[in-house]
Design a protein around this ligand. Sequence first.
Ligand SMILES: C[S@@+](CC[C@H](N)C(=O)[O-])C[C@H]1O[C@@H](n2cnc3c(N)ncnc32)[C@H](O)[C@@H]1O
Length: 348
Amino acid sequence: MVGITLDAFSSPWPVDWTQEFGRPAPLVLEIGFGNGDFLIHQAQSRPQTNFIGLEVSLPSLKKAERKVHHAGLTNVRVLHNPANMVLWLLLRPQTLDGLYLNFPDPWPKHILRRVVNDQFLHLAASRMKPGAFLDIATDHPDYIPWVIEHLERTPYFSSRRPTSFVTEDDERFRTKYEQIALAEGRVCYYFHWQRNEAAAADLFPIPQEKPMPHVILHSPLPPDELARQFQQQRHQQGEMFISLDELFQSARTGALLVETYIHESALTQRVGLTIHQREAGRYIIGLHELGFPRPTPGVQFAIYTLAQWLCSLHPASHILSHNLNPDVGERLASLATNSFYDSSTPPL
Ligand SMILES: C[S@@+](CC[C@H](N)C(=O)[O-])C[C@H]1O[C@@H](n2cnc3c(N)ncnc32)[C@H](O)[C@@H]1O
């Protein structure tokens, strides 16, 4: 049986979908597939198309996984990752032939959590081929005008109908939420749109992964003193936010591990940054391999920040070497008396 579940953290960025499915075929994405019945129905009705389903609820993912196996489908892959993360990291520009968003959570009090917003539509547009369909359905009284407003102002999509939406679509396979809405007498709104020819700048380039980053520095302070002086630190740079949360020290070796939260656009990672004393006064800061960390620009920024903090603790501290990217490296250079970086390294 084919492995049908992928994970955005451990998959290549982007995924080669032709290789993943073992064949070239049109590629369609469903965001928030719920009980999976719609996804399975589509995959059964269109065996010549490859389908990707996303769901952030783990019980729903597990149920759908079992149903896909049971149905013996080889043209479906599912992921337990949020929509923006998968669109951003796993899909090359102009890859998708269609996108379904059925009855997205309306988040009436937390509108920032809604899947549909200007950023999502731009990101989706950049990953869709011209002519690819965008089908959204909702019955929620707050979400209906929200979707209309966002779709009508995006330059990248056009309605396939003479109007922005229709309230009848008898040919559809009904999803679970749709059946409930109809049974309770609510009107469902169906948005049948498509990606038009307007070029969408790739504002979301797939992050280029770097070699495992490290900084080597001199500090006269012993590890115990570093541990004693550590305090939580938060830093923001553009879309990037990092928090050096907690420092742990190994009782056996004295090595230090800093639990770090890194948020960069649609990707969030919790990683461990290590501070090892190689010999007295000489430290190497790096990324712990536990838990599949990806050496993204955010990780570089976090390592830079940790090195900067460590240097700030004693005037005799300085950077000896590092392999961070030039622009991070330039900032580090201002702290260093003997820094270098490999100028062949591409920018972040
Ligand atoms: C209201 S339910 C609708 C389920 C199904 N589409 C239906 O119509 O029956 C919305 C689903 O979207 C999922 N979801 C919410 N945000 C998501 C995101 N960012 N990416 C993927 N799935 C998401 C939720 O876990 C939930 O199962």
